[in-house]
Design a protein around this ligand. Sequence first.
Ligand code: FAD
Length: 457
Amino acid sequence: MSEFASLVPRVQGVVLLPGQEGFEEERAGFQRALVHRPDVIVGAASARDVAAAVEFATVRGLPVAVQATGHGLSVAMDGGVLVSTRRMDGLRVDAPARTVRLEAGVRWEQVTAEAARHGLAPLSGSAPHVGAVSYVLGGGLPLLGRTHGYAADHVRALEVVTADARIRQVTPDSDPDLFWALLGGRDNFGIVTALDMALVPQSRLYGGGLYFDAPHAADVLDAWRRWTATVPDTMNSSLALMPVPDAPALPEPLRGRYVAHVRIAHTGGAEEGEALIAPLRAVAPRLLDTVAEMPYTASGSIHHDRKEPVAFASDDAMLSGLTASDVRTVLDTAGPGAPVPCIVELRHLGGALAYRKGSPNAVGHRDAQYMLFVLSPLVGPFTPEKVRPVHRALFDGLAPRTLGRFLNFMGSGENAGPEQVRSAYDADDHARLVRLKAVHDPSNTFRVNYNLEPGTP
Ligand SMILES: Cc1cc2nc3c(=O)[nH]c(=O)nc-3n(C[C@H](O)[C@H](O)[C@H](O)COP(=O)(O)OP(=O)(O)OC[C@H]3O[C@@H](n4cnc5c(N)ncnc54)[C@H](O)[C@@H]3O)c2cc1C
């Protein structure tokens, strides 16, 4: 029996070695630009399986990486133990307490469906198929963020396997430092096997998309920029500039066009929402307008994010503001005339996202007013070498407005370096995180990630 196969009797889930049936499928995620090359995959079925995997790795000095859906792969592992959490899909809503306990492999669409049965909603993001736990640990910028804050602000308790292979129940009272560090430090401090978080009483919202044709992109972007300065915290919105594939599955008026897509998620009534967005509707004729009252369970239709796996390069920036000249920079560098296809997204922040209320956490840049994100598919001639300079020109142009990055959208490869990781946190928080890393993971077992190297305790 190989050393790695000795894990088999200690694990209730599966143990997969390279070349074995199921290995390729288990390691493949949504992001296809990189793929983990572990010595062994532990397809964990429980927290005890995760603890067994961590113990096995630490005894041998091997790194441990963790994957749920593979939407947020930052660094590919080369040797070591990969913990796959997709089998850990338990979920329990406590309706009177308005909370949910969810395991590490749960996707948002599962939580949304279960919470809706009780008239509740989770603070999920744009894509229902994204993994809930990692999203929350990276901060979690929800569709309803201006109304309710970051998802991390609503976490009540975490179950985590730390580098000493212990399963710990962590609350702000039991272990304030570790609780704080996990919410923002993601897998630098352990593998979270389950978490408890609050739900919000939001069964319906007024939302959808306003789609405008390319010639109106500049006017729409500038109108949206000025409009965001006027709206209440009940209004959540973002704007995307993007080429739409000519695919039969997509709405006919959008196919093959370049569009400006304003996304709306208003938590007040439909009437108020309609009055608030009237100035946007008036900017130009719309190719398609899907904004209407909807159940929260349909909220994935607002952004209409792609579900099929793809190789992509992406990057982000947290911005202190957005001027008319910034809008020009966005259009000139990554708009319709960009040399590579770019999906550019601006999310309106502020409101409850700016408060440091709720659960203590390391989520940074609370004073940012917008988040800028760009994504380019790496297909055909569009290689990383072609794409990266275009992204760089966009972010260089916005440098005077840039406060740092947002962990969940930072991207992979060179974007996961130490300086980039540092820029995701406020300076004091980064210093505290590296001190805590030295306490909780001194050997840096959890290093295949946006790594915080253990610092001086
Ligand atoms: C289409 C799309 C839409 C998105 N929309 C939003 C959005 O609206 N708001 C937002 O904030 N983010 C959003 N994201 C980003 C997303 O939240 C992150 O990429 C998140 O990390 C994905 O988690 P995952 O489990 O799906 O992916 P994975 O790739 O499986 O996980 C990403 C990383 O998280 C860490 N991790 C995974 N599981 C655990 C665990 N149990 N314990 C500790 N660490 C773990 C690992 O480092 C892993 O590499 C979006 C991403 C995509 C691709």
